[in-house]
Structures are given as C-alpha cells and as structure tokens.
Design a binder for this molecule. Structure first.
Ligand code: NDP
Length: 300
C-alpha cells in the first residue's frame, strides 16, 4: 500500500482525490481548510478506507506521498509552517507533490527547505479541467528530479493520463502559467472579435462556425464560447481569480527571463481588471462579460 495524504479539496482537488480513493493500493488521508469538506469526503468514500485528518501535520504523518492542491504557492508555503503544519508531520523519505498552479520561485524555495528535512519535492500542476480530473485524463507537468517523477508515476496516474517531466523544480509551474496565459489571451481576443462582429450584425454562432473551420480557432472558440458564452450558461469550474493569478505568474516569468512580452503583460492586466470587477467567485469565462459591457453588446 502507498500511503497518500491529499490537501485541498477544491473544484479540481476534490475529483483528483476521489480518483486516488478509488485506486487500488492507495491508502488515502484527506485534509481541507473547511473541515466539513474533508469529513464529508471521508463519509462518501468510507468503503475505500479514506479518512479525514484534523490538521495538515496529522495528514502528513506516516504518508509516503503528500499532495497539495491549493490556490497559490504562498498558500502551500504557509501550510508547511503553521504550528500544526505539514513540516510537523512529514517524515524523512517522503515526497511532496504540489499540484497547485503555483510560481516557480516559491517552489524552488520550498524544495530547498524540504530537502533539509529529507523530503523530495516536485511541482506537478495539471491541465484538463474538472472534467479531466473526474475522468483521470489530466496532463501533469512535473518539475524536479526525473527519478522522483518516475517513482511517483503510479500515484499520479490515478488522475493523469499524460505525465510530462518538464525540467528542474519550477519548470512545471512555468509551463502551466504560460499555457494559462495563452488561454487568457485567447478568451479575451475572441471576445473582442466576436463583440465587433455582433455589433455589425453578424451572428456570433455563425462567426464561431467559420472561425472553427479556419486558422483563428482555439480551445476558447471551439469549446468555451459555444458551450458557455452563446448559451449564457457560464458554469463555475475554474475561478477567474485563479486565471488572473496564472496570467500574472506568466507575465512575471517572462520579465525574469528578460523576454519582451507585451501581449502577456497586457493579458495579465486585463484579467486583473476583470477579477477586480467581477469578484472572487466569477468563472474565468465570465471575463467575456467585461468585454461585452465595454462594447455594449452581448455575444449570444
Ligand atoms: P478552489 O478555489 O475551488 O479550491 C481551493 C482549495 O484550496 C479549497 O480546498 C480551499 O479550502 C483551499 N484553500 C484556499 N486557501 C487556502 C489556504 N490559505 N490554506 C489552506 N487551504 C486553502 O480551487 P481549484 O480547486 O479550482 O484550484 C486549485 C488549484 O488548481 C489552483 O492553483 C488552480 O489554479 C489549479 N487548477 C484548477 C483547475 C480548475 O479547472 N478548477 C484546472 C487546473 C488547475 P476551503 O474549502 O476551505 O475554501
């Protein structure tokens, strides 16, 4: 049996933990800041033997693998250091896998600190959304020692079907941030173009059909706009606040690499504005509503 602790049962963490609970050979303990979410998870998965821990230290004690999936790397770092935090429970030889979409610099700092405690660290952010987590088909972008990535592959395969070693610690977070910055730019630019077409009386549904058979297509035009914008459904699967955070990490990363990246910087600014306007609970696709408001037209 591999003993796994999973911390952070949010929109994507919950289905990832469920996949772990259902995988043979894994003895799972979960922890969540709002305790009720962890206790109800343990109740729902009682037959698998999953249990809820009362503190991060309690979750980490005896675990060979500790997985975190929190909003930011700063949240992960704070969880290490709290009086009943992870460092109190982590044992030498354990591996910490951080599935947060975090930032490379903080992860490098965390990895250095954990190394002094005899604990390995890999950053392992995911893509594929809540649906991919439910189906176990996430892509997992790993940063860290290749031998460690190889060693935890079986556990990661509970929720991921494509496990990619990207480079040293921080490489996974850098790649994930760039991916999400592209998502942000695609959503925003598609909204601008479709708003202009709508104002000219050209149907957004017709425009999307044409774009999706042409070279301007993206995941935003092929999936997000038809399923979430045209229908006005805007389901809440990935918070706008989190995409704002990711676009900001990518913009910072480009600056650190001394790459001139005006589009990534602008994308980050626009998503920061959308986050401020639409609040903590808005979904990322709702950024389109800000473009619509400015244009005085609905993409429907
Ligand atoms: P949610 O906002 O849905 O959930 C956040 C989770 O983190 C909750 O369990 C919350 O606990 C917990 N949490 C928040 N702040 C703290 C804190 N300071 N200390 C301890 N726990 C905390 O986020 P998601 O599950 O959507 O996202 C998690 C990570 O995965 C993010 O980095 C995100 O960018 C990334 N991601 C998300 C995807 C998605 O489709 N949702 C897709 C790919 C990556 P509580 O229940 O108490 O609020």
């Amino acid at each position: 049996m591999t003993t796994v602790a999973f911390l952070g049962l949010g929109a994507i963490g919950h289905p990832m933990a469920r996949r772990l609970a259902q995988k043979t050979g894994i003895d799972l303990t979960v922890w969540n800041r709002t305790t009720e979410r962890a206790t109800s998870f343990a109740r729902e998965h009682e037959e698998t033997g999953a249990r809820a821990a009362t503190t991060p230290a309690d979750a980490a004690r005896g675990a060979g693998i500790i997985i975190t999936c929190l909003p930011t790397s700063a949240d992960v770092e704070a969880l290490l250091d709290a009086p009943d935090g992870l460092l109190r429970g982590m044992e030498r030889g354990a591996t910490h896998i951080d599935c947060t979409s975090g930032d490379p610099a903080t992860s490098r700092r965390i990895a250095e600190r954990l190394a002094t405690h005899g604990v390995d660290f890999i950053d392992a952010p995911v893509s594929g959304g809540v649906g991919g987590a439910e189906k176990g088909t996430l892509t997992i972008m790993c940063g860290g020692d290749a031998v460690v990535v190889e060693r935890v592959g079986l556990v990661l395969s509970a929720f991921g079907s494509r496990i990619v070693h990207c480079g040293p610690v921080g490489a996974g977070h850098a790649l994930k941030a760039v991916n999400n910055a592209l998502l942000a730019v695609h959503i925003w630019s598609a909204a601008e173009g479709l708003a202009a077409l709508a104002r000219a009386g050209i149907s957004p549904a017709l425009a999307l059909d044409v774009i999706n058979a042409s070279s301007g297509r993206s995941n935003a035009s092929m999936n997000l706009f038809p399923e979430r914008v045209l229908t006005r459904a805007f389901p809440r699967t990935f918070r706008l606040a989190l995409l704002d955070k990711d676009a900001g990490i990518a913009a910072q990363f480009a600056r650190e690499q001394k790459v001139s990246a005006p589009l990534l910087q602008l994308g980050a600014e626009l998503f920061r504005a959308a986050h401020a306007e639409l609040g903590e609970e808005a979904d990322h696709v709702e950024a389109v509503k800000l473009v619509e408001r400015w244009a005085g037209v609905e993409i429907a």
